[in-house]
Design a protein around this ligand. Sequence first.
Ligand SMILES: CC/C=C\CC/C=C/CC(=O)SCCNC(=O)CCNC(=O)[C@H](O)C(C)(C)COP(=O)(O)OP(=O)(O)OC[C@H]1O[C@@H](n2cnc3c(N)ncnc32)[C@H](O)[C@@H]1OP(=O)(O)O
Length: 291
Amino acid sequence: MMFQQSSRSLLDASKKSSSFRWTSSVGRTFSSRSPQDWVTTEETDDPSIAILKMNRAPANTLSLEMCTEISKAIKELESNKKTQAVILTSSLPTIFSAGLDLTELHNPDKDRLPAFWGAFQQLYFDLYGSRLATIGAINGHAPAAGCMLALSCDYRIMSKGNIGLNESKLGICAPPWLGQQFIDTIGLRKAELALNMGTLFDTKAALDIGLIDEIVGEDDVMDVAKTRASQWVAIPAPARVACKELTRGRQLNELKENRKQDVDHFCSFVNQEAMQRNLGFYFEQLAKRKK
Ligand SMILES: CC/C=C\CC/C=C/CC(=O)SCCNC(=O)CCNC(=O)[C@H](O)C(C)(C)COP(=O)(O)OP(=O)(O)OC[C@H]1O[C@@H](n2cnc3c(N)ncnc32)[C@H](O)[C@@H]1OP(=O)(O)O
């Protein structure tokens, strides 16, 4: 059963005709439903546990609007006192999230770029710092910022796909706060190796390295996620929230205090000619890969 206010149900969404079309900087045309349909929330049979689904075909990439919609959905769930946990997952068959939408980075709109990065920062604040217990039900690929979504959850189960921070392969480096999340999760040396090489881990390697907490069968993802959410909800909420503050508070505050510098650094980094060349090349390869 669906419940949230501004996030309409998948059923409602499927009745609507396609309403969003745009052309990317390398000339490919995307079409999709409107941003409000890119994220939906659902009830479970336990009123304290909700599901947040990303439905932005083809790859759940994080554009400015997608970041905003996920943030909005988290805030709406948090505003309901009964809700204590959220399961973050994807409705796409093989992709959890392919990370930042490269159309935002390549040949960027100079006015939109800072707003885009601000929305991505906000998503990090909202998910990593949520009062809710967050269970990542990673049911497909989760590279780069897709991995950030997973790392921001309290507990990660994964059924298939690859996960990691592959930014170096695009000729860029993950932002410091995302790098720190990675280091805090798998430890400095393993993170150092993986960040430099842009390693994407399959489920077994991701479990071995501590990037995910559990591998689950494809058909069991939601059942296991609900069971894990129940276990987290069973811990008294003030203790749970205090533990999160203890392990994540410093990192969250650091970025809060440096938000503007982080936006400025990102924009000047991305606007460099060499960076644009790298991104353009990577993006072309991505488009050609299928052919
Ligand atoms: C100071 C800090 C400075 C900078 C920091 C910048 C931080 C960046 C973090 C990021 O998140 S960068 C993005 C990194 N993401 C990736 O490298 C993932 C790229 N995608 C893939 O490798 C694959 O798509 C996949 C393994 C996730 C899935 O493969 P497959 O199932 O074969 O699907 P397709 O490749 O056919 O993808 C479907 C469709 O979606 C397009 N697409 C995929 N990823 C992106 C993306 N990140 N942005 C935009 N578009 C993407 C892909 O081109 C396909 O489009 P078609 O039109 O060909 O259908």
